[in-house]
Design a protein around this ligand. Structure first.
Ligand code: IMP
Length: 502
C-alpha cells in the first residue's frame, strides 16, 4: 500500500513569527545578512558567502547578464538561465566576469582622420559625449587622444576640421596603466580634478575609462559580491543532458557556481550529472542540485556530492506542476523537513550543506519565515522579474505598467531539459505538456530600491526576534501556525480603507 502522510503540508502564509526579546543592541544596522552558498566542513568557511541571502531564478525571464551584474553588486547571485545555447550562456557569463565596477569600456570611438561632422553624428547616434580617439577607431585600438563636449563646441564652425587637430592628444592627458585598482584610479581622478581617466595597456591600447561621475555609484554598493580578482560572482543553470559539453565551457568562461535546474531533482540523472562533473571536470567545480521536498531527496543529492540543495516543487508563482502532475508539497513543510535533515547531517558528519528555498515567496515576510525555517538562502523569480534589470519587456497593460514573466516549463521558454524524464524516444526534444504559464507581474522599478525596502523589513523583524544573524534566526526564532480566521485578523479589517490616491 502507498504511504499516506495525513499531516497536511503547509505554505508560508500559514505561519507567523512570535517576537522575542529585543535588547537595546538589536538595531537593524548591526544585523548581518551573510549566508553560506556551498558545502563546508565544521570550523571552515563556505567557498562562497553571500552578502545577502538572495539568488535569482534560473529563468529566461529573470536571469541574464544584466540581472547578474545588478544582483552581484547588491551582494546576491544570479544563475544565468541554461535554456539557451552553450555559446550564448557563456557569453553572458563572460560579460559579468569581465565587468569591472567603475572601469567602463569606451562605447564611442573614432579615428584621428575623421572630421568634426563625424564626431557630431557619433554623439547623436550613441548619446555619449566623451569620445575615445584610437588609431583604428575601435574601443581597444592604440589610444591617440580624447574628445569631450568642450572640444567640439569650440570648433563647431569648422565641420570638416580633422579630429587630430582638435582632440586633446595623449601627450597632454593624464592616463593610468591597466591593472590599477579602482581606488587608485579614483585617487588620480580626484587629485588631478579629472572628469575622465583613460586606462591603457602596455602597448598604449585603450582598455577602459574611469569616470568621475561613477565614483558615487560605486560607493553605493558596499555589499558587492566579488571574487579574489574583484570580478563579480555569477552562477549558471545546467541540465542533466549536455553537461559534458556545457560545464567545461562555462568553467572556461569563468562561472563561479553551477546549479542543475530541474523540476524534480530526486533522480539518478542528477546523481550522474554531479558525479560526472566532480570526477571528470573538476572536484572544485561547485554544483548545486534539486529540487527536492523531503529528507530522502536531500540525502540522495548530498551523497551524490551536491554542494547545495534546492527545495521546492510546485510552489512557484508561474508553476502549474501540481495541477498537471499532482506532485509537490507545501513549501513551508518541505523546507522544515529538509532543514531538519540538513542539521542532522551536519551533526553526524560535521559537513554543512546549505539549502535554498526555491519559489513561492509572495510577501517580504515570507522571506523571513523561510530563513527562520532553516533556508540558508532564497531563490526567487517573480520578485526579481518585476524590476528594471530583468531581461523582459515593460508594457502598459490596462493602465498599469507590467513586466513579462514566463515559466521555464511554458511553451514560450520550451525548456524541455528541465522536465526531462530521460525518455530516449523524445527525439524532437520537446515539452510533452506545459508545467508553467506565460504571465505579467506588476512593474516595481529599480532592483536596488526594492531590495533596500525588503532587507529593511527582514532586518527589522530579526530585531523583533532579538537576533542579529541568519544563523541566530534559524536557531532562536519562534514560529506559530495561524488559523484561517487569524489570517483575516492580520490584514486591515472592520474598517473602510480609504483609497490610497485620495
Ligand atoms: P517564484 O519565485 O514563485 O516566481 O518561483 C520561481 C521558481 O519557479 C523558479 O526558481 C523555478 O524553481 C520554478 N519554475 C520556473 N519555471 C517554472 C515552470 O514553468 N513551471 C514550474 N516551476 C517553474
Amino acid at each position: 500500500m502507498a504511504i499516506i502522510i495525513n499531516e497536511v503540508s503547509r505554505t508560508f502564509n500559514e505561519y507567523l513569527i512570535i517576537p522575542g526579546l529585543t535588547t537595546k543592541q538589536h538595531t537593524p544596522d548591526i544585523v548581518d545578512m551573510k549566508a553560506p552558498l556551498v558545502r563546508f566542513k565544521k570550523g571552515e568557511e563556505s567557498a562562497i558567502t553571500l552578502n545577502i541571502p538572495f539568488v535569482s531564478s534560473i529563468m529566461q525571464s529573470v536571469s541574464d547578464s544584466g540581472m547578474a551584474k545588478a544582483l552581484a553588486k547588491e551582494g546576491g547571485i544570479s544563475f544565468i538561465y541554461g535554456s539557451q545555447s552553450i555559446e550564448d550562456q557563456c557569453r553572458m557569463v563572460r560579460e559579468v566576469k569581465n565587468y569591472k565596477a567603475g572601469f567602463v569600456e569606451s562605447r564611442a570611438n573614432i579615428t584621428p582622420e575623421s572630421t568634426l561632422k563625424d564626431v557630431i553624428a557619433l554623439k547623436q547616434k550613441t548619446g555619449f559625449s566623451t569620445i575615445g580617439v584610437t588609431e583604428d577607431g575601435s574601443p581597444t585600438g592604440v589610444f591617440c587622444g580624447l574628445i569631450t563636449g568642450r572640444d567640439y563646441r569650440e570648433n563647431r564652425d569648422s565641420p570638416d576640421k580633422k579630429v587630430k587637430d582638435f582632440m586633446t592628444p595623449i601627450d597632454d592627458l593624464i592616463y593610468a596603466k591597466n591593472g590599477i585598482t579602482l581606488t587608485e584610479a579614483n585617487d588620480i581622478v580626484w587629485d588631478h580634478k579629472l572628469n575622465t581617466l583613460p586606462i591603457l595597456d602596455e602597448d598604449k591600447r585603450l582598455a577602459y575609462f574611469v569616470f568621475r561621475k561613477d565614483y558615487d555609484s560605486h560607493k553605493l554598493n558596499p555589499n558587492e559580491l566579488s571574487d579574489a580578482h574583484k570580478r563579480l560572482i555569477v552562477g549558471a543553470g545546467i541540465n542533466s543532458r549536455d553537461y559534458a559539453e556545457r560545464v567545461p565551457a562555462l568553467v572556461e568562461a569563468g562561472v563561479d557556481v553551477l546549479c542543475i535546474d530541474s523540476s524534480d531533482g530526486y533522480s539518478e540523472w542528477q546523481k550522474e550529472t554531479i558525479e560526472y562533473i566532480k570526477n571528470n571536470i573538476g572536484k572544485n567545480v561547485l554544483v548545486g542540485a534539486g529540487n527536492v521536498v523531503d529528507k530522502e531527496g536531500f540525502l540522495y543529492l548530498v551523497k551524490a556530492g551536491a554542494d547545495f540543495v534546492k527545495v521546492g516543487v510546485g510552489g512557484g508563482s508561474i508553476c502549474i506542476t501540481r495541477e498537471q502532475k499532482g506532485i509537490g508539497r507545501g513549501q513551508a513543510t518541505a523546507l522544515i523537513e529538509v532543514a531538519g535533515a540538513r542539521n542532522e547531517y551536519f551533526k553526524s558528519t560535521g559537513e554543512y550543506i546549505p539549502i535554498c528555498s526555491d519559489g513561492g515567496i509572495v510577501q517580504d515576510y515570507h522571506m523571513t519565515l523561510a530563513l527562520a525555517m532553516g533556508a540558508d538562502f532564497l531563490m526567487m523569480g517573480r520578485y526579481f522579474a518585476r524590476f528594471d534589470e530583468s531581461p523582459t519587456r515593460k508594457l502598459l497593460v490596462g493602465g498599469n505598467y507590467v513586466k513579462e514573466y514566463w515559466g521555464e516549463g511554458s511553451n514560450r521558454a520550451r525548456n524541455w531539459q528541465r522536465y526531462d524524464m530521460g525518455d530516449n524516444n523524445n527525439n524532437n526534444n520537446s515539452l510533452k505538456f506545459e508545467e508553467g504559464v506565460d504571465s505579467y507581474v506588476p512593474y516595481a522599478g529599480k532592483l536596488k530600491d526594492n531590495l533596500e525596502i525588503t532587507l529593511g523589513k527582514i532586518k527589522s523583524t530579526m530585531c523583533s526576534c532579538g537576533v542579529s544573524s541568519l544563523k541566530q534566526l534559524q536557531s532562536d526564532a519562534k514560529l506559530t501556525l495561524v488559523s484561517s480566521t487569524s489570517i483575516i485578523e492580520g490584514g486591515a479589517h472592520d474598517v473602510i480603507v480609504k483609497d490610497a490616491k485620495n
